[in-house]
Design a protein around this ligand. Sequence first.
Ligand code: SF4
Length: 409
Amino acid sequence: MGVTRALATTPVDMVPRWPDRTLDVAALRAAGHRPVPFRDVVLKVHQRCNLACDYCYVYTMADQSWRDRPALMERATWLAAAERMAEHATAHRLTTMRLVLHGGEPLLAGVDRLTALIGDFRAAFGGECRLEIGLQTNAVLLDPALLDLFVREGVRVGVSLDGTAAANDRRRRYADGRGSSAAVDRALRLLGGPAYREAFAGLLCTVDPSTDPVASYEALLAYGPPQLDLLIPHANWSTPPQRDPSGSGTPHADWLIAVFDRWYGAPRQETRIRLFEDVMALVLGGAGRSEQVGLSPVASVVVESDGSVELVDSLKTSYPGACFTGLTVFADPFDAALDHPGVVARQIGVEALAPACRACPVQAVCGGGHYAHRYRPGDGYLNPSVYCADMAELIRHISGRMRADLHRR
Ligand code: SF4
């Protein structure tokens, strides 16, 4: 079996160590830090992709482990994952868990395989816990047969699209260089139409400061998404973001602020934007829902196509093997991953922050930024985000607009 072979052939001194070497899990547990059960399981049903986007963290950044894994997840693997998930729900008396079908590109698995997989997960969750199912796709293969399945099974579909057709086609291309926007447009007209709209979860757009922010937002809005996720592109202190030709020190914040002002100033709510809603909730003392801001405990785990249990895969941008835990769904309950330093570090809040973040006036909102963006070779994740200046500027702007509104009222 792939997992057993992969682990058996990994020399012990090649197993990557978590770089926050000062993190003492036993001491944290003794001090009262209880583990937060996983709510989301990301299932890598297919390791390959039919696009070759130039910023993809799976294929173009530090970790290349996808090369050694099976392209397609076998039924025995997803059955073991379903059993582990149901076991976790029972052990922690969870009332809901979420399965996220992911890749590579999950639609490459095909409608028959996805039908069987979803059926097996539904069967495993016969008890008290409700299973929500989501799927993140580039949408190129989305068709009525798949959408019929998703509507029938209550699967919510998120689609990746980077703004206007021209902006999207600069980065999100097929391997032969053709842009993907025409295929995504066709798919989104189906998904957003009356027959399938209930399956439409939203759009995910990676921020590109070289594009027009408001034109990008309005292009996304044209599809009527229930929600937008605006993602700051993955980077860290060893692979920093590209410099902005305009010379701005905060190009990503500038882009986001332009979209925020357009969205916030609209006469009625046009869509939900998770990053902005999170910042606003955190400014008011609440909690965020995304990994980009705040200090809410991360409660996600990944199951790779060979059954390996891994840390959230944005960490693949850090160094080869950054997501490795040594656990598999065949041998280990998900509880075993709760004590991995890489999970613990993301559940202890302010104690996992670098000294500069602990002293920062916007720490409670920013939370040090995305965990993957803090990495620096040598001292791991104990750094401010490489987007520190952008985070501070975005938060300052949003909280300023909110304050001005509150004073006016
Ligand atoms: S703004 Fe910078 S220093 Fe402040 S919490 Fe965020 S990353 Fe840390």
